[in-house]
Design a protein around this ligand. Sequence first.
Ligand SMILES: Cc1cc2nc3c(=O)[nH]c(=O)nc-3n(C[C@H](O)[C@H](O)[C@H](O)COP(=O)(O)OP(=O)(O)OC[C@H]3O[C@@H](n4cnc5c(N)ncnc54)[C@H](O)[C@@H]3O)c2cc1C
Length: 427
Amino acid sequence: MRRTVVAGGSLAGLLATRVLHDVADEVVIVEPDDLPDGPRNRAGTPHGDQFHVLLGMAQHLFAHWFPTLFDRLAAAGTVPYPTDDARMFLDGSMRLPVPGDQLMPVLRPLLEWHVRSEVLALPRVRLVRDRVVGLTAGLARVNGVRLASGAAVTADLVVDATGRASRLGDWLLRLDFQPPPKRRMELDLGYATMLYHRYPDQRLDNLFAVHSLRSAGSPEPGVSVVAPAGPDRWICTVSAYGKQRPGRSISDFRARCDREPAAGFAALTRECEPAGPVEVHRFAHSLRRDFHTLRHFPAGVVPMGDAVASFNPVYGQGMPSAALHASALAAWLETGEDIHAYFERLKVLVDAAWQTSATVDFALPHVPGQRPRGYRMMHAVGAAIDQATTADPVVAKCFADVVNMRLHPTALLHPKILARAALAKLR
Ligand SMILES: Cc1cc2nc3c(=O)[nH]c(=O)nc-3n(C[C@H](O)[C@H](O)[C@H](O)COP(=O)(O)OP(=O)(O)OC[C@H]3O[C@@H](n4cnc5c(N)ncnc54)[C@H](O)[C@@H]3O)c2cc1C
């Protein structure tokens, strides 16, 4: 391939660029934001101030493409926490620690800046500051992009990595192709994040990182996390749905920490001083675009990352999904198969992540929509497995592998896991 264009210079776009660099003479990233020369957030990633965790599969794939990335993140204060130092709670009960597993909290602007530095240092990558506004086509295939500045860039392949607000459907319509059908799950989720001062090696409730899930049956469902953001800061995020969404007031933030069932949050507000304002973010809905259902699709363009599917962020599936999409892109380019082969790979990945998040989210009473057939049973089984992670090490290990996207969610339905979950419930 001579030239490829990647629309969007965020994490999915950077991962696509890394993969395309192996097969193309030139990769052009088109990004409208003025990208900061440092770990600072920017307009195109409004969620960048919120807590992010890098799940196991993402850690694995990022390390594969960027072998020195984690050393550089560690030098900047990002450290993975083994299970002795980080704990996960479910409604205040501790999930059993899984030996070998590690929680990797990351400041998103820091991660993106390091990945971007590595990608832009690649010899055949060029960054163009502009916005993609459409596709150009000829002889039944896409052959480039149109830019807001009025310029056009020709390409053998265009990758849409413009995130969940992707306009690829509109661009396809203008070329007389159908847009992909969309599925939405209304969530009305609110995140609020604050930085707190931290003294070196400070622990909270004797831990470095605490992750607390309040399940759908609890009075205030959501997730809270506290973890170091470097040697002298804690980052703490609280979240809730609908009318219970957190606001911008520090006293509200503090009250939420104080009523968290996991003790580390109250320790934070008791022992540490705020180091910044409350940053909020609203996540209205999960979304997937089912490209695999399209019979006709032009050659020369592919979507990836949040432009394909964007899930409830409390499950931390966004970056591992983007990395898995990049991996699917690499495999597809290597085989030279038809575009539908790429969409089938995406379908398997999106189905798995959607299954994990949607099964749990349908239990939230405020989420509208028809539950799938057999949902009550599915939910009861899921809740029993979830509960068993606080009592049975084998279930806890399998659950951790699914959550970290190392195993498909159906692994939890293995008879051995179901039997152990039932036994744990009886006990
Ligand atoms: C509150 C919140 C918390 C999250 N927490 C986690 C977490 O803990 N772990 C995790 O793995 N994931 C998390 N995610 C998801 C994760 O941030 C995303 O999956 C990740 O950023 C990858 O997204 P992306 O690159 O596909 O899209 P985005 O990050 O949205 O980037 C899209 C890019 O495209 C650019 N762009 C837009 N339009 C155009 C255009 N027309 N032309 C060119 N460029 C364009 C934008 O400027 C931007 O740079 C969270 C998300 C949210 C909202």
